[in-house]
Design a protein around this ligand. Structure first.
Ligand code: KG4
Ligand code: ZN
Length: 342
């Protein structure tokens, strides 16, 4: 029965308007309209601009994703949509569209937590991932522009947050330091590109909270430290920029990996997974794989296209909720900009 379930998934929590068709737990098509270029002018996501762009993009994106999946709207069984966390006005566009489709087609909606979506980016069947059959308990490190957390997954849909950021997210640390260096938005990809030519030992930035036993993160101090270093420099040459980028990246990745190792030692998971936009970072991917090998546990790193925001991961999360009888079917519900993973 599950092999034929057809889900249309919608994701609009931040600055990507995305839709996907997931049939029987496999991704048939996935379309992402990124607004990154629009927000680059402002050096970050402007909520009003994001909402307006979602409104214009959402129907063409859905049309295209259905066409690519060779599926008609009338064939769809469920709509999955991101309920939160995210920007209120962005979330609203996705949810209003889902509600309109749900009424028109007389099918239920499965509201999905965006962070659960990042978990299920690790379950993409069509990709050759290290973890073939996901084993629990698992620990996931979710690192994005808005979130940084370590989560113990005891089973499908059963989450315990082990630690999270007390201030800025890891992606924000990348984005803000890039902005200070005049690199533009989003900063993560630019920092990681520049870092390839830089010396990661050139600047000794703090590894916040790393020496503490808890599994929380804090990245706002790092940002201040980068700012002071930049202010002390008489000029900022390409070489210095590369060194700054490499040193910041090293500090962020060391902190993330250090806390991940603490979590592994304490909770002894069978598998580890990675998720969120920062999971596209080359150094983090390398170090994450090394940790898997060091502790002899299976590890999963989503392919690049499923690290940053997409709707395929939302559709997959909905599929596994249905399969495990944990789906909450709704037609009437509201956005939850601060939704927690539980
Ligand atoms: O998951 P995502 O697409 O959106 C949120 O849910 O926030 O993550 C976006 C974040 C941005 O902060 C961006 O700078 C970061 O992911 N990012 C990266 C890389 N690619 C994207 N950070 C470091 N290295 C990258 N290669
Ligand atoms: Zn995300």
């Amino acid at each position: 029965m599950h092999t034929s379930i057809k889900i249309l998934a919608i994701e609009s929590s931040c600055d990507e308007t995305a839709a996907a068709v997931v049939i029987g737990g496999k991704i048939k098509s996935s379309v992402i309209a990124s607004q990154a270029k629009i927000h680059a002018k402002f050096g970050g996501v402007v909520p009003e601009v994001a909402a307006r762009s979602h409104v214009t993009a959402i129907l063409p994106v859905i049309d295209l994703v259905l066409k690519q999946a060779k599926t008609k709207l009338s064939d769809i069984d469920y709509i999955a949509v991101t309920q939160g966390p995210g920007l209120a006005t962005s979330l609203m566009v996705g949810i209003d569209t889902a509600k309109a489709l749900s009424v028109a087609l007389n099918i239920p909606i499965i509201p999905i937590n965006h962070l659960e979506g990042h978990v299920y980016a690790n379950f993409v069947k069509s990709q050759k991932l290290k973890v073939q059959s996901q084993k629990f308990p698992s620990i996931i490190l979710i690192v994005s522009g808005g979130h940084t957390l370590l989560v113990l997954i005891k089973n499908h849909g059963d989450y315990k947050i082990l630690g999270e950021t007390l201030d800025d997210a890891a992606g924000e640390a990348f984005d803000k330091t890039a902005k200070m260096m005049g690199l533009g938005y989003p900063g993560g990809p630019m920092i990681s590109k520049l870092a390839k030519q830089g010396n990661s030992q050139a600047f000794n930035f703090p590894r916040p909270l790393l020496s503490q036993d808890n599994l929380n993160f804090s990245f706002s101090g790092l940002k201040t430290s980068v700012l002071y270093s930049i202010q002390k420099l008489p000029t900022i040459s390409y070489r210095l920029k590369s060194n700054l980028a490499a040193s910041v990246q090293q500090a962020i990745v060391d902190t993330l990996i250090g806390k991940l190792e603490k979590a592994i030692i304490k909770f002894k998971p069978k598998t580890i997974m990675l998720g969120g936009g920062v999971a596209a970072n080359g150094l983090l991917r390398e170090r994450f794989a090394e940790v898997g090998k060091k502790y002899r546990i299976e590890y999963s790193i989503p392919s690049l296209e499923f690290c940053t925001d997409n709707a395929a991961m939302i559709g997959l999360a909905a599929f596994y909720r249905l399969k495990n009888k944990k789906a909450k079917l709704k037609q009437n519900f509201s956005i939850e900009p601060n939704l927690r993973l539980k």
